[in-house]
Design a protein around this ligand. Structure first.
Ligand SMILES: *Cc1c(COP(=O)(O)O)cnc(C)c1O
Length: 373
């Protein structure tokens, strides 16, 4: 049974190998490897699955965010409100558009706090876009954030890299945002054997602009109206998403939700605080975060490791503290990011991939509960 790891690609491969190899043969034989029928077909299926007006594939989640910001007319020098508690890519995408991140504190779920966002708009009335991160697979409060965005006349773009398939009290990814950014990095809930990403769009009118940017800014053959990227989703990855991975997503999500429910029910330790999120039944449960006292965190993780349970940190450093960004903007007033900082110091992620067996889930629960602090 041991060790229990954060991901189990070997188990996924055993289940998917036949379908995957058949798909490789199909694409190989087609003789078309970049921006062909497989990408178009997958985009159609992804948009249908997510109930979006359209989807556009690209090379990564990072690129999806950059493309979304650019088609939302975020320009160099503009301010973009975002969460400091995220993967590096959220903030890096803002920087790559030439814009400047304005970091806003998170709420008790680790999600962009709408009340703190209102305060940031008072301090920076010239904020040009809002980029919430649906961390851990929980949706930020998109209803309140979208009315805030509307009242300031700025676009709302979601970093949904961890949240495909998530809902929050019936509200789903993409419902309130002009663009939602998805990643197909292997560890994500819907991954490929490599890199990939996509934008979900609320309006088909943005499709051509996204398609141009992902392909060097080319609007028609040899005609370039903007300086784009090389950010194409490969035909092979698109085909495997259509034929191998997307058809399994609902089952994977339901297994993640089942494991989360078992953890929420079974974990019971005075020093371990559970984070059920705003809607545990609707969340995509990309990660299962808990909080422990900061001074005990190393000891807790060592204990889990001795029990054969791998744990992780999401994320130990705030974006506002990263050298790459501090060198651009200087130190951020840290008292504004108190809750985010508490997450950075206290959070520990337990394994929650869909191939965990019931016995393994039980073992994780027992290992946490038997922590002898
Ligand atoms: C993974 C991730 C990204 C970046 O996706 P890539 O495909 O690795 O570029 C962005 N934001 C969040 C929250 C992520 O988890």
């Amino acid at each position: 049974m041991l060790p229990i790891t954060a991901n189990a690609f070997d188990r996924m491969w055993i289940e998917c190998e036949e379908d995957y190899l058949a798909t490789v043969r199909r694409v190989g034989r087609s003789g078309w490897y970049i921006l062909g029928p497989e990408v178009a077909e997958f985009e159609k299926r992804l948009a249908t699955y997510c109930e979006s007006a359209a989807a556009v594939g690209c090379a990564s989640g990072l690129d999806a965010i950059e493309i979304a910001l650019r088609v939302a007319n975020v320009a160099p020098g503009d301010k973009v409100l975002t969460s400091p508690l995220s993967a590096f890519a959220s903030t890096l995408a803002i920087i790559r558009t030439g814009a400047r991140p304005i970091f806003c504190d998170v709420d008790s779920h680790g999600l962009l706090d709408p009340e703190a966002a209102k305060v940031e708009f008072e301090r920076h009335p010239d904020i040009c876009a809002i980029l919430p991160v649906h961390l851990y697979g929980h949706l930020a409060d998109m209803e309140v954030l979208s009315s805030l965005a509307a009242s300031h006349g700025v676009p709302l773009i979601e970093d949904a890299a961890q949240a495909i398939g998530a809902t929050r009290h019936g509200i789903r990814v993409g419902q309130f945002a002009c663009a939602s950014c998805i990643s197909f990095y292997p560890t994500k809930n819907l991954g490929v054997l490599g890199d990939g990403g996509a934008l979900l769009l609320s309006s088909a009118s943005l499709v051509e602009a996204c398609q141009a940017i992902r392909n060097y800014g080319q609007s028609s053959r040899y005609v370039h109206d903007v300086q784009g990227l090389n950010s194409r989703l490969d035909e092979l990855h698109a085909a495997t998403l259509t034929s191998v991975f997307l058809p399994r997503l609902e089952y994977w999500l339901s297994r993640r939700r089942e494991i989360a429910a078992s953890y929420l029910d079974g974990l019971d330790h005075p020093l371990v605080t559970l984070l059920p999120g705003p809607d545990p039944a609707g969340a995509a449960w990309h990660l299962f975060p808990v909080m422990v006292p900061p001074e005990r965190r190393v000891q807790f993780m060592d204990h889990l490791q001795r029990k054969g349970v791998q744990s992780g940190l999401h994320y130990p450093f705030l974006m506002s503290d990263q050298k790459a960004f501090v060198s651009l903007f200087g130190e951020h007033e840290s008292d504004r990011l108190m809750v985010a900082r508490r997450f950075a110091e206290s959070e520990v992620s337990l394994p929650i991939h869909p191939y965990l067996t019931d016995a393994e889930v039980e073992h994780v629960i027992n290992s946490v509960n038997s922590w002898n602090e």
